[in-house]
Design a binder for this molecule. Sequence first.
Ligand code: HEC
Length: 396
Amino acid sequence: MSAGILEWANLFVRWFHVIVGIGWIGTSFFFIYLDAHLTATLGGNKHSAGKIWLIHSGGYYEVEKLKYVPPAKIPELHWYKWEAYLTGLSGITLLFIVYYLGGSGFMIDPAVADISQGEAIGIGVLTLTGGFTIYELIWRSPLNRFEGLMNLVCFGLLIAIAWGLAHVLSGRAAYMHVGAMMGIIMVANVLFVIQPGQRRMVRANAAGQVPDPAWGNAAKQRSLHNNYMTLPVVFVMIGNHFPNTYGQKWNWVILIALFLVGAGVRYFLNTFDRGGKAAPYVLAGAVIGALALALITSVPMSGATTTGERVSFNQADAVIAHRCVQCHSARPTDDMFREAPNGVKFDTGQEITGLAAKIKLMAVDTNAMPLGNKTGMTAKERTLLGAWIAEGAPRD
Ligand code: HEC
């Protein structure tokens, strides 16, 4: 497929993915909020789980949650599922467009492992399907009675997968596959457990039976998993713009640490919604953890920032001309990129000095650029660029 078409497909599918994702996460947050703020109705219906009054869009909404409705009264039901399914489908499409069809630079980093694009895609697909299968096997087996222990086992497996991927794929692809694996598990939870449980409930209800609360337990368990996975998954989806995370040597540790920060914030929100008390400490822990992570990882990766000699603009320019302008130019010569990626061009001295801070982030502090080190940049050249920038990126 031509690179131009692929770029447009990337834009449209991404646009769609973000919008349906907002719909999914928005409704899920909204229902968590509703459930947490129901107030018991006095007297009234014995099947009532509580009521809430809301104001929005120029009117009041009176919402009551009922565990059972007499068959004659079953109204037209509005289900919430397409947000989840479409987020999943568009996400997988985007993964193909950007990572599987978009050139090996996104999947492979020769400094991590010298594998082919085919092998990298194989590892990626295996992670997505295998991760989901293992998760399902655990939670469908009798093991799911040991909920706390199984949560720990799943977290341990997640760490192992993050570690493993970080040693075979590029940092960026490793992150994206961990996130996509969790996203697929979340969609599958809706498709295979939560929705069937609700359909069963509605069928029983229509037959005049009060639904067995035990049916809802599995759905509740999966909903809770989804609840805690939401913030980590959203981090991964925006994280591929932040090489200070995936571009670092200990990228898998950073990923897990950020997952814990996200889960901590989620825990705080959950208890806050229910009027809990202990949660501010968890929030404080998450914030302090995030700050500590930011401080630790901001120490440059290549210790030496100076070569001992003054580096001139011409020397820096030569490195960039050699390693970067194949892609970052008004007229790229690279086989994949026909337009300067992200509009970043290094054709003139002004463009180069104007982006010195970004160059430092992408090619000195981290190895995020050149993409997949396609142009074979050396450690010495990175040090040279770092030294030039440390001198204030002079133009002479
Ligand atoms: C093989 C092509 C290729 C080469 C060579 C390359 N880049 Fe990039 N660069 C990209 C792509 C693709 C992106 C966009 C990444 C994305 O979508 O997030 C990018 C993005 C960037 C950005 C923008 C980051 C942002 O936050 O928007 C900077 C800065 C950058 N590259 C610097 C460099 C430097 C410096 C070099 C040389 C040392 C280099 N690149 C070499 C492909 C390349």
